[in-house]
Design a binder for this molecule. Structure first.
Ligand SMILES: [Zn+2]
Length: 268
């Protein structure tokens, strides 16, 4: 709360009724945002949206509509969880440990791959659109999911689905497991594990190792992606309250990395 409040204070977002920020921030800048407003900057450098989202969520709607050079600026802060802004006579570092959530259409018209309507975009349009999300940016996104549009009869169906309240309980439990596991390291979640700790806490059985090795070769994964898959698999196992990562956890985590391949493969 103190860290978030400090950042909000610098930018003048606190008031007498609201002297301390008590909830996690949620920031959703428009895709026309400037580099300075997103990353931070100015003559006396101010924190940008990435720092205002510190310990919270940074939501980028219509990701492919952002300018590509702006998206590329996210690479370093996503990795380091802090941003240093250099000025002629000064240098300021702001924290920016945010969770990035982003959404985008599969093409400019939005119907590429849809079963319901025909996409009217040219191959070139689609390539340019998807190409805005570079490999290095995608590599840093742990979970990528294709969401199909909802059929009319699904809207009114009484199908039993898990309620948000139940999901929250499950997440809280998984969080608790992680807080206890990492207590002596002074951090609290799987995503914060170092490579050494991944080796310790994400031990795989023979079959899981085989599945991961196949995916690594077939999808041409980076070491970063490899480690992220292990962390996500650890989280899936935690959500189930299971101590050891099983083959199905690894398989599920791998599935979340393949959206880019899936979209691009439709061309080939
Ligand atoms: Zn289209």
């Amino acid at each position: 709360m103190l860290e978030i409040t400090k950042i909000h204070s610098i930018i003048g977002l606190l008031s007498a009724d609201n002297p301390i920020v008590t909830s996690r921030p949620y920031r959703s800048p428009h895709h026309s945002i400037s580099a300075k407003a997103l990353i931070g900057g100015g003559r006396s450098p101010m924190p940008g949206e990435i720092s205002l989202a510190h310990h919270g969520v940074l939501f980028l709607d219509e990701l492919a509509e952002f300018k590509q050079n702006i998206l590329e600026l996210l690479r370093q802060p996503m990795e380091d969880k802090k941003i240093t802004i250099n000025r002629l006579n000064s240098m300021i570092t702001y924290p920016c440990d945010f969770m990035l959530v982003a959404s985008m259409n599969p093409c400019p018209c939005g119907f590429y791959g849809s079963l319901k309507r025909k996409c009217i975009c040219s191959k070139k349009d689609i390539q340019r659109y998807l190409g805005k999300i570079s490999g290095p940016i995608l590599d840093r996104i742990d979970i990528q999911i294709e969401v199909n549009s909802i059929q009319y009869d699904e809207l009114s169906s009484n199908k039993l689905i898990e309620k948000s309240k139940q999901i929250k309980q499950r997440i809280n439990l998984a969080r608790k497991i992680q807080v206890e596991r990492y207590e002596k390291y002074h951090f609290y979640s799987n995503s914060q594990m170092s490579h050494q700790l991944i080796e310790k806490y994400c031990k795989l059985d023979k079959q899981s190792k085989y599945i991961l090795q196949k995916a690594y070769d077939k999808l041409g994964l980076s070491i970063r992606a490899h480690d992220k898959i292990l962390k996500v698999a650890r989280t899936i196992a935690d959500l189930e309250g299971v101590e050891n990562i099983k083959p199905e956890h690894i398989a599920e985590a791998i599935q979340y990395r393949s959206l880019d391949k899936k979209l691009w493969n439709k061309f080939e």
